[in-house]
Design a protein around this ligand. Sequence first.
Ligand SMILES: Nc1ncnc2c1ncn2[C@@H]1O[C@H](COP(=O)(O)OP(=O)(O)O)[C@@H](O)[C@H]1O
Ligand SMILES: [Mg+2]
Length: 262
Amino acid sequence: MTTMAGRAQPASSEPYYESAPHFSGEELVAGYTRDIDILRGLTARIWKGRISCVVGPNGTGKSTLLKAMFGFLRPSAGQILLDGQDITGSPPHQMLSLGVAYLPQRPSLFPYLTVESNLRLGLWHARLKKSEIQDRLDRVYARFPVVESKRRQPAGQLSGGQQRQVEIARSLMAEPSVYLIDEPTAGIDPQTSESIYEIVAGLAHELGKAVLLVDQDIRSALDITDYVYVVKTGAVVASGPREEFGGDTDALVARWLYASGE
Ligand SMILES: Nc1ncnc2c1ncn2[C@@H]1O[C@H](COP(=O)(O)OP(=O)(O)O)[C@@H](O)[C@H]1O
Ligand SMILES: [Mg+2]
């Protein structure tokens, strides 16, 4: 059938989303108090070179999911797996050493330190030779010329979009394989947002990182996403590769989220 032709796969190559993920949260249950679960059995998986995106309304548990996956919150049930290895309960500094980067929703730079000092702090947990640190700085500057041009300025003097770039540059210093990114363009103007989404796309599609993006800006996020989780009150209500959501992705997602009341 012609309609199937484009989707046919050779028998031996399964689609990436059926292969073992690089990093995942499996059936996570977590919350801030003992009696209220914010995550209710949530599973989210990411693959190298791919972006998985968790979309859902405000207050649904997206940031909580990333905090649980980075070790700020210990899940009361479920597992965090890295290459199939159970690392549930590892604290944040250990997650960093395992190659997991976390970009929180709020700005996280030291505003009074220079951009370059902030970049160096991306390696606080690692013991590296001076020459290796310089090599990494050079590579990061080559990727982010704007960051290099501001390297002697206090980070707090940069625009919101530039600070986002510095945060991403800082995380790259540690050469992580996994990125957990929380609303990268919250509070940033639409034009700058576009360039931030391009940078996030590059992390996966050029540098081969496994990216988990959570966002309320469904349309922009889905433009760069490979795999989608639609989450409502701490549980996945729909998931699949973005193509399966059809052409008008945001309308579909909106229908899932807002149809049939709360
Ligand atoms: N530090 C906290 N202590 C207690 N409750 C929290 C805390 N942070 C978030 N919550 C609650 O957890 C729920 C999910 O929040 P969050 O994960 O931030 O949602 P989202 O990122 O999807 O907007 C909300 O009801 C919120 O009020
Ligand atoms: Mg949030």
